[in-house]
Design a protein around this ligand. Structure first.
Ligand SMILES: Nc1ncnc2c1ncn2[C@@H]1O[C@H](COP(=O)(O)OP(=O)(O)OP(=O)(O)O)[C@@H](O)[C@H]1O
Length: 325
């Protein structure tokens, strides 16, 4: 796969840092004597809406974990929002990045009420002490101390649940939810936040056809800045998906991931003698192979190269699809 767009995408000038939501420069990550990601270069500017696409096991969730401060690169530089590489403080600025993924779903306390899980993502605001007994202030029933939420925040969270057809889950427990229900709760949680960088990792996991179409429509409203998203044009959104059918409106940037060719991998190892003792029996590391527009990225040639059999890519009425040719 040729990737001239990627070449243009490397090494942001320092002056442009404020404009970047994500700046990955030669990022690499390894675990258990295996280089999982190598030489990842990716610049995502504030307000852009990106699709991250690639085969199973290529490292998409690992890369997303780094963008959401859950993992850190072993090598290379990663700038997030307006912070220099490694400069963002998870505790001070973690709320500026929201991730909806199955990994996040596994971390939610099993007894938690889905409504609380969604409300909990709202920006923290100081509640004046003299409102302490007001009916408009609700004591959050979760583990966090000294955090109170206003009734309006519960109303907004409940309205989000209604939009995603899960209002009947308010008052239940996360532990009892089906996979599709849990995914919907996590999407609502992301939308409840005021995060500057919003990441959805396979947001239709476990969803029926109706649920999938609902998510595509709602993320399309986010992508196009419709309705309540109108004032959030500088919000950056990254969507990881396996299905071209699930690409919402407004998402016009694409990063493809693929395995680093073996020859380039050997050169890479020769250039980085100190970083890693590889076991060459592992798959070649994942890397970003293309960045650019969807039309130039989702070509039959690229997808055929990615999966090793002929793939026919189509676009009809703004929706994408792909089938074995
Ligand atoms: N902490 C870890 N320790 C060891 N191996 C790991 C670790 N995290 C991920 N891996 C491996 O790294 C590879 C990339 O995993 P990752 O989940 O990032 O891929 P992915 O592209 O998101 O895959 P999928 O499309 O299947 O969700 C996988 O082969 C996985 O087994």
């Amino acid at each position: 796969m040729t990737d001239t767009a990627t070449d243009r995408n490397v090494t942001p000038p320092a002056a442009d840092l404020a404009d970047l939501a994500v700046g990955a420069e030669s990022v690499g990550f390894w675990r258990d004597r295996r280089l999982i990601l190598a030489d990842v270069n990716l610049n995502i500017r504030r307000g852009e809406k990106w699709i991250l696409f690639g085969p199973n096991g290529i490292g998409k969730s690992t890369l997303i974990a780094m963008m959401s401060l859950r993992q850190f690169p072993n090598v290379g530089r990663l700038s997030l929002l307006d912070h220099r590489p490694g400069g963002i403080d998870k505790f001070a600025s973690g709320h500026r990045i929201a991730l909806a993924s199955s990994a996040v779903g596994r971390e939610v306390a099993p007894p938690a009420d889905p409504l609380d899980v969604i409300v909990d993502a709202a920006p923290i605001r100081a509640v004046p002490e003299d409102l302490g007994d007001s009916a408009d202030v609700v004591e959050l029933s979760s583990h966090r101390e000294n955090r109170r939420r206003e009734g309006a925040e519960y109303e907004r969270a409940y309205a989000l649940m209604e939009r995603f057809g899960i209002e009947y889950l308010a008052g239940k427990r996360m532990a009892g939810l089906s996979e599709g229900e849990r995914t919907r709760v996590l999407i609502c949680r992301n939308l409840m936040s005021a995060a500057d960088l919003m990441i959805f990792d396979e947001p239709t996991t476990g969803m029926d056809l109706g649920g999938r179409e609902l998510v595509v429509r709602e993320l399309g409203r986010l992508g196009e800045g419709d309705g309540e998203f109108a004032g959030a044009a500088d919000r950056t959104v990254i969507l990881v998906t396996h299905q071209l059918e699930e690409i919402p409106a407004g998402f016009d940037h694409l990063a493809l991931m693929g395995h680093m060719p073996e020859e380039r991998y050997r050169e890479y190892l020769a250039d980085h003698p100190n970083i890693y003792a590889p076991d060459l029996g592992n798959p070649m590391p994942g890397t970003v192979t293309y960045t650019g527009g969807l039309e130039d990225g989702f070509t039959s040639e690229h997808l055929t190269g990615m999966f090793g059999f002929p793939i026919d890519v189509r676009r009809h009425d703004g929706r994408w699809s792909a089938f074995r040719a």
